[in-house]
Design a protein around this ligand. Structure first.
Ligand SMILES: Cc1cc2nc3c(=O)[nH]c(=O)nc-3n(C[C@H](O)[C@H](O)[C@H](O)COP(=O)(O)OP(=O)(O)OC[C@H]3O[C@@H](n4cnc5c(N)ncnc54)[C@H](O)[C@@H]3O)c2cc1C
Ligand code: FES
Length: 361
């Protein structure tokens, strides 16, 4: 989490709203089946421009599903070595509105609205000579972006990549993992399956993530920079195992795709013992009270105002707005870029007031 306390400079407030972000539209150039329930979508900028991002970062896509505007995060699974082309790889989640909409409707030529690149889960922030990549299910996507980058750039690093899948039919990027392993002398890939597929018996390692297996493939794991992504129970297990092995928590980095259900609204502002501030939502034409422990999004919700939001964890950028005056404390998780912060943007879901505020919301 990044904690910041800031407000707009007097000069910028006096001269009006800072410049908006450039157009965030990407055009789908290709759709590829990866497994029976996973598809890759190749996205390109509408103008032929390079799109800078770090391996492991994500985009937030906003789509209209049956009249409901929904936003979800998707990792850019491709490598920034191809900055003109961004690939997201999406697993169908049973009953999930956006993943199924993308599978069923997004076709070459269609435009999608995106925000990003966002996020701080990247080897670029933690350069090392030896890595341990651990993933399960669709959590492979950010690690694949990092691996593709190491491979494409010919980085002389040592990577042990352990991926867990349900069955052999569920192994995402199966062939490409083997190609990269054969081509890069420092890369070793181990795929572990829980069971067999209908048409394939798994002959490789089986079971859930366990310390003897990890130590078997990476006996030096405590000396490696570790990146993990997968379902919450998997990551909890990994954290426990690495702690047991004596790994340094500062060298452990994780990203979760499972977002906690939206928190119940915090106690009403008046009941708090802390300071309470007035928050003017200029576009909405309303002013709400918010105490210093309540996020601006929660305070708006308590007053019956539903503002755009998705993850509610400072990750997706959906609740981004402009702070016109006042100061906030913001603890974000990569859902806003430094240049946006410099333009007085804030995320409502993870900002609390330090002053009376005026928001462009
Ligand atoms: C930073 C970040 C990066 C992400 N990158 C990817 C990616 O590269 N590829 C990808 O497929 N998804 C990715 N996700 C998950 C994605 O944002 C959506 O949550 C997912 O596609 C489901 O959206 P939905 O609208 O279909 O269903 P939702 O209504 O969002 O979810 C329905 C239910 O399924 C659960 N769920 C969500 N995602 C998964 C999953 N992957 N496996 C099992 N259960 C799940 C949710 O917790 C919820 O209970 C990422 C999420 C985050 C936060
Ligand atoms: S709702 Fe996702 S960053 Fe605020």
């Amino acid at each position: 989490m990044t904690t910041l306390v800031f407000g707009p400079s007097p000069v910028e407030v006096a001269h009006g709203e800072p410049r908006e972000e450039p157009d965030g539209t990407l055009v789908c150039a290709a759709v590829r089946d990866v497994t029976h329930d996973v598809r890759s979508f190749v996205l390109r900028p509408a103008q032929l421009t390079a799109y800078g991002f770090l391996p492991g970062q994500h985009l937030t896509l906003t789509v209209d599903v049956g009249g409901q505007v929904l936003s979800r995060c998707y990792t850019i699974a491709s490598s920034p070595c191809r900055p003109d082309e961004l690939t997201i790889t999406v697993k169908r989640v049973p009953g999930g509105p956006v993943s199924n909409w993308l599978h069923d409707h997004l076709r070459p030529g269609d435009a999608v609205v995106v925000d990003g690149p966002l996020g701080s889960f990247s080897t670029a922030h933690h350069p090392a000579e030896r890595y341990l990549f651990l993933s399960a299910g669709s959590g492979i996507t950010p690690l694949m972006s990092m691996l593709r980058t190491i491979h494409a750039a010919g980085e002389p690093v040592d990577v042990v990549f352990v991926h867990h899948a349900r069955t052999p039919a569920d192994i995402i990027f199966r062939d490409e993992l083997r190609v990269i392993e054969a081509d890069h002398p420092g890369v070793r890939v181990v795929v572990v399956c829980e069971g067999d597929a209908e048409h394939e018996q798994w002959t490789g390692p089986r079971g859930r993530v366990a310390l003897p297996m990890l130590l078997g493939v990476a006996p030096d794991l405590v000396d490696r920079e570790v990146f993990t992504c997968g379902p919450a129970p998997y990551m909890e297990a990994v954290r426990g195992l690495l702690t047991q092995a004596g790994a340094d928590p500062d060298r452990y980095h994780e990203e979760s795709f499972d977002l906690a259900p939206p928190a119940a609204p915090a106690a009403p502002a008046r009941s708090s013992s802390g300071a309470t501030y007035m928050v003017e939502l200029r576009r909405t034409g309303r002013t709400v009270e918010c105490d210093e422990h309540t996020t601006l999004l929660a305070a708006a919700a308590q007053s019956g105002l539903s503002l755009p939001s998705s993850c509610q964890e400072g990750m997706c950028g959906t609740c981004k707005t402009t702070l016109l005056s006042g100061r906030v404390a913001m603890e974000h998780a990569g859902g806003i870029r430094p240049r946006e912060i410099a333009q007085d943007k804030i995320l409502l879901c993870c900002s609390t007031p330090c002053d009376d505020l005026v928001l462009d919301a």
